[in-house]
Design a binder for this molecule. Structure first.
Ligand SMILES: [Ca+2]
Length: 274
């Protein structure tokens, strides 16, 4: 016997909750030992092996033991896609059907921030004494002219947006472009908060995902000062209900910098799907 779990209702682009397939005896006892090979397919959309949906599943999964394996899913179209798991040896295929809806609206507070105005950044990115990052017109590190936001050791710390109303949100997407120089894994992070605190230091911040915690380790970091240094694009989806308050805020954190370390961020887009 073989089970794949209940169907889920999602929006297009939204990461699913964990999906687990389990092999069992005819008496519903999990089968723990022996190799089995699982092949997953979906009538549309993409299956991923990780929670943050960065690693698409492209082939059969060989498991040498254990009764279950788990994965995640993102739909690309509305409708009722079917996800099917087949396994060898000697298991009948099993399917689960998801329901995929469109976001019904997009909050106007969804915002694109290019840090281009010298004195007035959208969403209050420049109004926090936390300490604020600064703007730079160094064109090598600017995606949208004339400015990007930047942090060095002397102004490292939290760099935050003003609160946005995310009440009733289904999910929130965040994207931005960034470059790093002489930073290590945790030196540059992205975080969010849905708390009511107005002081950045007393807020409860949540690090956004595994990749969001390690932006500083991006490849190309040591060559970012050279013309054409590597730009990185980051996109993440927040599905944590704790973020869906009237105080949703996004924050970049630069920390543990040495005298050479620097990061640049441009074109932050936050979209709240309600
Ligand atoms: Ca810009």
């Amino acid at each position: 016997m073989f089970s794949a779990g209940a169907g889920q209702t999602l929006l297009t682009g939204q990461s699913s909750s964990i999906i687990t397939v389990t092999r069992m005896t005819s008496g519903n006892m999990p089968i723990q030992s022996g190799q089995w090979i699982v092949t997953l397919s979906a009538t549309s959309g993409t299956l991923y092996s990780d929670q943050y949906c960065t690693q698409p599943i492209t082939g059969a999964i060989t498991l040498n033991s254990g009764a279950s394996t788990s994965f995640y899913y993102i739909a690309t179209a509305t409708g009722t896609p079917t996800i099917t798991a087949q396994a060898t040896p000697n298991y009948a295929p099993v399917s689960t059907t998801f329901t995929i809806n469109n976001p019904t609206s997009i909050t106007p507070l969804s915002s694109s921030t290019g840090f281009d105005d010298a004195s007035n950044w959208a969403l209050g990115w420049d109004t926090w004494a936390n300490p604020p990052w600064t703007g730079t017109t160094d064109s090598t590190h600017v995606v949208s002219a004339p400015r990007s936001a930047t942090s060095v050791r002397s102004n490292q710390g939290a760099f935050s947006s003003n609160p946005m109303d995310a009440t009733g949100a289904k999910y929130i997407t965040v994207s931005f472009e960034y470059m790093v120089y002489q930073t290590s894994s945790s030196d540059f992070q992205i975080r969010y908060s849905g708390t009511t605190a107005t002081e950045y230091m007393s807020d409860m911040w949540t690090i956004l995902g595994a990749n969001g915690a390690t932006l500083g380790s991006a490849t190309g970091g040591t060559s970012a000062y050279t013309p054409g240094g590597t730009r990185h694009q980051y996109t993440a989806t927040i599905t944590d209900p704790a973020a869906f308050t009237t105080y949703f805020r996004l924050s970049f954190m630069s920390q543990d910098f040495d005298s050479r370390s620097q990061v640049w961020v441009d074109n932050v887009v936050i979209t709240i799907y309600k």
